[in-house]
Design a binder for this molecule. Structure first.
Ligand code: G6Q
Length: 545
């Protein structure tokens, strides 16, 4: 059902009209228990959502909206392997990849768990053999470097996790990620490497992606040009894919292939064989710890009432802002250097999933869907775009993420970091009113006319909503939990907006269009088959290259 046809939608519109004039300062002043009421402690997480533009009634209405969207049934349909990705006729079973229980998970009547466990064992054996030096290079050396070649879902997840869990690295393996078809990416990576000690992981679900195959072929030529023979390829290249035939054609035999399945979507695939570079970098035990964390979050998501369910609440708050307050972007600000790639990963996860404009039945929607997701780490972001968040005309809801225990507890750094972390959400919520600014300026001995001149520039309206996720410590387990929160949030929002969060026709378009232009770039003949601008650009390029 379209969200706009629900009773809750109408009720929420009315409720918004009541709440839009209320300031968060007032809501806190009225309710001494607001923090307790609107925060959740779960495992190593404290989720504080009290600094949001909500009352208990808002939450009741939003939970009502989730019920009208049949969220519980939709969650079960996903976990049980129904083909909920209707435009690709696929199930969506990334949750089975981290199912750490003995419970079977059926897809078309067959339990997928034995296949999943088999690939995990293969990943474990391979990782341990690379680390122990049992698997060696064609010149009988131990491997020192792993290059993952993949793009989109076959790159962003593993790249973000390796960066986030750097502190847990095995230590003797350097990891590199090559994704862009711009040769600079692979050239700058290979320049530093020794072909005798480099292992290539070609990550591609389809094994047809142009960028990835181009980079893989360049890597193969580089390897062969170093003096290796074709037979040595099998020692230095492995594939993570669902496409055996294409892997074999590339020169990778079946025993060097780590398979996964049609029902694993690219942007949800880091828990599958696509996670092999993670295991190689941090060790298989740490990779498993991450799966354990995700499984705990999956269980929380599946079994907890909506009112206490972290991903569900985050999703509902997002819907509240997009559809009723008409805030069309959402920032994610981790106060942890190790999470510097987190927002980039979330951009794909969220925007590729919910950047949709028709319902599951193909009806054009009369309401907004996925917001623009963006952000970067604090405190750096405070010295760039926070100005707009504090005093600009747009309101940008934001998630603030931090860890109580630093992995690098050097001198006073962590308390300085955390002071900034707490100060920013407080400032966004409270703002600074005229009385406060006047007091501040008169204390600095400014005259009345000077104060009046400066006053409007120094005002902060506040009332900017934020979520805070304060986590005990960054570990493989808590990182897994954190990623799963966002995966489920995206799913819940898609369920409420009635869109298919699991297809990506916009990505497919790019894959087709470039292929049609490519032959024209070698052409001496003037191109006339496109619009005037595209013809002009191609012809100019051909004349100057
Ligand atoms: C993710 C998308 C997309 C995909 C890449 C790479 O959900 O489907 O980002 O992961 O296009 O595709 P391959 O893994 O098939 O190379």
């Amino acid at each position: 059902m379209l969200m706009s046809k629900t009773e809750s939608y109408e009720k929420l519109k009315n409720h918004f009209n009541f709440l839009k004039g209320v300031h968060l300062r007032e809501l806190f002043a009225e309710d001494a228990d607001r923090f307790e009421r609107f925060s959740i402690r779960w495992e190593q997480f404290l989720f504080d959502y009290s600094k949001n533009l909500i009352t208990s009634e808002s939450l009741d209405l939003l939970v009502g909206l989730a019920r009208e969207a049949n969220l519980s049934q939709k969650i079960e349909a996903q976990f049980k392997g129904e083909k909920i990705n209707i435009t690709e006729n696929r199930a969506v079973l990334h949750t089975a990849l981290r199912n750490r229980s003995d419970e079977p998970v059926y897809f078309e009547g067959v339990d997928v768990m034995p296949g999943i466990r088999k690939v995990l064992e293969q990943m474990q054996l391979f990782t341990n053999n690379i680390h122990s030096g049992k698997l060696r290079s064609y010149t009988d050396k131990t491997f020192t470097d792993v290059v993952n070649i993949g793009i989109g879902g076959s790159d962003l997840g593993p790249k973000m996790v390796c960066s986030a869990l750097k502190k847990y690295a095995y230590g003797k393996i350097n990891i590199h990620f090559v994704s862009n078809v711009d040769a600079t990416d692979i050239e700058e990576t290979l320049r530093k490497l020794n072909p005798e000690t480099t292992l290539f992981v070609i990550a591609s679900k389809t094994f047809t992606t142009w960028e990835t195959l181009t980079n893989a072929n360049t890597a193969k030529s580089w390897f062969l040009n170093s003096g290796a023979s074709k037979a040595d390829i099998a020692k230095h290249f492995v594939a993570l894919s669902t496409n055996h035939k294409a892997c074999n054609e590339f020169g990778i035999p079946n025993e060097n292939m780590f398979e996964f399945w049609d029902w694993v979507g690219g942007r949800f695939s880091l828990w599958s064989a696509i996670g092999l570079p993670i295991a190689l970098y941090i060790g298989f035990d740490n990779f498993e710890e991450m799966l354990n964390g995700v499984y705990k979050m999956d269980t929380h998501f599946r079994n907890t009432p909506f009112e206490q369910n972290i991903p569900v609440l985050m999703a509902l708050l997002g819907v509240w802002y997009v559809n009723f307050w008409e805030f069309d972007s959402h920032a994610v600000i981790p106060y942890d250097q190790y999470l510097e790639r987190f927002s980039e990963f979330l951009q794909q996860l969220d925007m590729e999933s919910n950047g949709k404009r028709v319902s599951r039945d193909g009806v054009e929607l009369d309401y907004a869907t996925g917001p623009v997701i963006w952000g970067t780490i604090g405190t750096n972001s405070q010295h760039s775009f926070f100005q707009l968040m504090h005093q600009g005309t747009a309101t940008i809801p934001a998630d603030f993420i931090a860890f109580a225990q630093s992995l690098n507890p050097t001198a006073e750094h962590h308390n300085i970091l955390m002071s900034n972390f707490f100060a920013q959400t407080e400032a966004m919520m409270m703002g600074k009113n005229a009385d406060e600014v006047k007091l501040e300026l008169s204390a600095a001995n400014l005259s009345e006319s000077e104060i009046n001149k400066l006053l409007p520039h120094k005002l902060f309206p506040g009332n900017k909503p934020t979520n805070t996720l304060l986590i005990d410590k960054l570990t493989p387990e808590t990182l897994g939990m954190l990623i799963a929160i966002y995966e489920h949030k995206v799913f819940v929002q898609g369920a409420i907006w009635d869109v298919n969060s699991y297809d990506q026709w916009g990505v497919e378009l790019g894959k087709q269009l470039a292929k049609s232009i490519y032959p024209e770039l070698d052409n001496k003949v003037k191109t006339e088959s496109h619009d005037g601008s595209t013809n002009g650009l191609i012809n100019h390029y051909n004349s100057i290259r």
